[in-house]
Design a protein around this ligand. Structure first.
Ligand code: GLC
Length: 743
């Protein structure tokens, strides 16, 4: 008997752990059974109705020419399955009642909204949050957002944005998790877990959405909506991991991207939406197009008209047409003319119905929005958490000792972001309210005392203000130090905000120069949703703290850091370039055949610029603290690992400074010889470590060989045996080096 029990135990232990998607399988099969039964009762028109999403004319418009006039009639006739961007709980319940009580089959609607970095409580923009490298905290932010969103009556968020990007000319870098596939994958999965929880039918979880599929983060010249031209190899090797992780975490919806891929717009690209998303990644939910993206195939020039676009999209396995309406307009005719089979329509429809079923909408269509909002929204502990996460997301880029400030210090607080309740919420502010923002000015006044803060706006983002500089100089006179809160407004972050110049706008540079002339110490607080060219600011300032667009609680978070109550611990998830000409720029580029091995390595025939360095101003993974951390004793515990085994690497990290702090210990590898070119370094492990002054800790990384898999020329992702270098340290230039081999 004992032997049997042992064997049973061994079998259970050896069974691969189920992904979230597999764990939810029973619910899924139940949902598809329900959907198949319902489909049998539906007319063709009603089935196509489930594939149409509209926005009310009076809804929040997040794209061009959208909106439908008579939504009530569309609902009664069962011609619409979903709405996006409705803000009122009451209105959503009204429309839901029409769908359930007044349409022939009473199929509930699903309501979607862009809850990107918080709902009522706004967390830092996603790029900022990714600089916390705190996966649990990011998951918690999504969980809080989900609870608030569900309480408002919304079932579905168009998040996480999984697009890797290394080009800060593209304003949407603010919505993603930076330039690295490994960090991006961890974060995308965490957000799906946060939104969907363990039970999608609970009244505090919402459907997630893997977007924008695929490779939207690599538009030519950093110009939004521009062509994405890359190989399938590059897509799979570098851009796919965050999408894959979000699907494996169980995301039940996805969104097709605006861009074309291999010359075919994603919304009509069957290789992307069917073969890759469903075949390779195993996605089982439904795909909604991006705003008008089906109809935009006409503008792309791959569809003659809306009917042709709808045909291509339906046959590419795109389930739902967001806004424009080609699906409901032409769907029946396409089936009657044999251009799209009814079998396809049934498949597209069942996947939508299955998600509605998993959300519990057929059991109780009014569950969402029926919670007691006051118990769920703006909870004190969640606001406190938002303050902590904002502080963890901020990155200390330079500091000559001016920070942290001393008690009793008199502060001149100057700049267009110093008291800007709206901009600190960033782009995609969901249901965020500027009136609830605690601005930097308010945060500093609360921490240092109103009498010690002398405020002047100084200038607007891109325009001087009459007398603005004079006023700034006046407040600086009485101060011991100047905090200059500058950068970009929320309007210069997110969709359709591409820039060719990512340096600080001239009026703000003029303000800095004028204040520099006073001889006072200057701390630049940089508010932005993207990496910027800040050579000038770094040279002139005594410290630069990257505050991003830090969300509702940005002000207290800044006060926590500049006062030293908290120690900065953010690390860059996107390289800050030396200049815009380097973009796209990321640490994990390829060696090339003529590598410039160091900034000093000079010869004509090398892969380099003749007018700028190859290196960024601040590298991926970089971030300072008020204390110092030392890395030593790197030990590769397993110099030789068999395939399927685990590489173990240990390092000692010591806090050699005068105060407690947290650092992000990062592990990078390089695959020295592979079947395809490999990046010079690849992040394969990280851990936030908190140490008191003088304390040391051994950190051990365990890397399964499966994490060292890469895309081969046959487009299959697998690991090979071979030799690797490994580095551990506090950024992507980590010096401590070791080596191991997979044998
Ligand atoms: C926008 C964005 C997408 C968003 C959608 C709905 O155009 O590209 O990210 O989810 O439309 O607002």
């Amino acid at each position: 008997m004992k032997r049997f029990l042992f064997a049973l135990f061994a079998l259970m232990v050896s069974m691969p752990s189920l992904s979230a998607a597999e764990k939810s399988a029973p619910k899924e099969s139940e949902a598809y059974k329900f959907a198949d039964k319902l489909i049998k009762k539906m007319t063709l028109r009603e089935k196509i109705g489930q594939l149409q999403q509209f926005v009310p004319k009076k809804g929040v418009v997040t794209g061009p020419d959208g909106g439908v006039e008579n939504i009530e009639e569309s609902i009664r006739q069962g011609l619409v399955g979903s709405f996006l961007n409705i803000r009122s709980t009451k209105r959503m319940h009204e429309l839901q009642r029409m769908a359930v009580k007044e349409s022939r089959l009473g199929i509930p609607l699903i309501f979607g909204f862009d809850i990107i970095h918080g709902c009522r409580i706004i967390f830092p923009e996603n790029l900022a949050m990714s600089c916390s490298w705190d996966i649990e905290a990011i998951e918690r932010s999504a969980r809080i957002a989900a609870a608030e969103t569900a309480a408002i009556g919304i079932h579905w968020t168009f998040s996480p944005m999984c697009d890797i990007s290394a080009d800060s000319r593209w304003g949407r870098v603010s919505e993603g998790s930076g330039e690295d596939p490994y960090l991006g994958a961890k974060i995308s999965a965490a957000m799906v877990r946060g939104y969907q929880g363990k039970d999608l039918s609970a009244d505090n979880t919402i459907a997630a959405c893997v977007k924008h599929f695929a490779a939207y983060g690599a538009p030519q010249a950093g110009r939004d909506y521009h062509t994405v031209d890359m190989s399938r190899f590059m897509l799979i090797d570098r851009y796919l991991p965050p999408y894959r992780a979000a699907v494996e975490a169980g995301a039940v919806t996805a969104m097709s991207s605006f861009n074309d891929f291999e010359g075919v717009p994603a919304s009509g690209n069957r290789w992307i939406l069917h073969d890759l998303l469903r075949g390779e990644l195993g996605f089982k939910g439904f795909v909604v197009s991006d705003w008008n993206a089906v109809h935009e195939m006409v503008a792309h020039g791959t569809a003659a008209n809306g009917k042709d676009a709808a045909r291509q999209a339906m046959n590419a396995h795109l389930n739902m047409d967001m806004v424009y309406g080609d699906y409901i307009k032409y769907g029946e005719a396409l089936v009657e003319e044999g251009e799209v089979s009814e079998k396809t329509i049934n498949q597209l429809c069942r996947e939508v119905l299955a998600v509605k079923y998993q959300l519990g909408l057929f059991d109780n269509p009014y569950k969402y929005g029926s919670q007691n909002k006051s118990e769920v929204i703006y909870r004190a502990e969640n606001l406190e958490f938002a303050r902590e996460l904002a502080a963890k997301s901020m990155v200390l880029l330079s500091n000559n000792g001016v920070l942290p400030l001393k008690e009793g210090v008199k502060i001149a607080l100057v700049g267009p972001l110093a008291d800007n309740a709206r901009s600190q919420l960033g782009s995609w502010r969901g249901f965020g309210e500027a009136k609830r923002s605690v601005t930097i000015r308010e945060g500093l006044e609360a921490r240092f005392g109103k009498d010690n803060i002398f405020y002047a706006k100084g200038c607007d983002f891109r325009n001087a203000i009459e007398g603005g500089i004079e006023e700034a100089l006046r407040v600086a006179e009485n101060a011991d130090v100047v905090l200059l809160s500058v950068g970009l407004s929320h309007k210069e972050s997110g969709e359709a905000t591409s820039l060719t110049d990512i340096s600080l706008p001239a009026p703000q540079q003029a303000l800095l120069d004028a204040l520099k002339g006073t001889g006072k110490k200057i701390v630049v607080l940089l508010g932005t949703g993207r990496a910027m060219d800040i050579r000038n600011e770094v040279e002139k300032a005594d410290a630069v703290l990257l505050t991003w667009h830090g969300g509702t609680m940005e002000g207290p978070a800044v006060a926590d850091l500049v006062s030293g109550d908290k120690n900065p611990s953010g690390h860059l998830s996107i390289s800050f370039p030396y200049c815009v000409g380097q973009l796209p720029l990321h640490y994990n580029m390829k060696m090339t055949g003529r590598p410039r091995k160091s900034p000093q390595h000079n010869s004509k025939y090398l892969s380099r610029y003749t007018d700028a360095p190859n290196e960024p101003l601040f590298p991926f993974g970089y971030g300072l603290s008020y204390t110092e951390f030392e890395y030593s004793d790197l030990k590769v515990v397993t110099p030789n690992v068999s395939m399927g085994g685990t590489v173990k690497v240990r390092v000692k990290i010591s806090n050699t400074g005068q105060c407690a702090g947290e650092d992000v210990v990062q592990l990078y590898v390089r695959d020295l010889v592979a079947e395809t070119t490999r990046p010079v370094r690849e992040l394969k492990g990280f851990e936030r470590v908190s140490l008191a002054a003088g304390e040391s800790k051994i950190v051990e990384f365990k890397i399964p060989t499966s994490d060292l898999a890469y895309c081969h020329s046959d487009l299959k992702v697998r690991a090979d045996s071979g030799d690797f270098l490994v580095w551990v340290g506090a950024d992507s230039n980590a010096k401590l080096q070791g080596k191991f081999a997979i044998r």
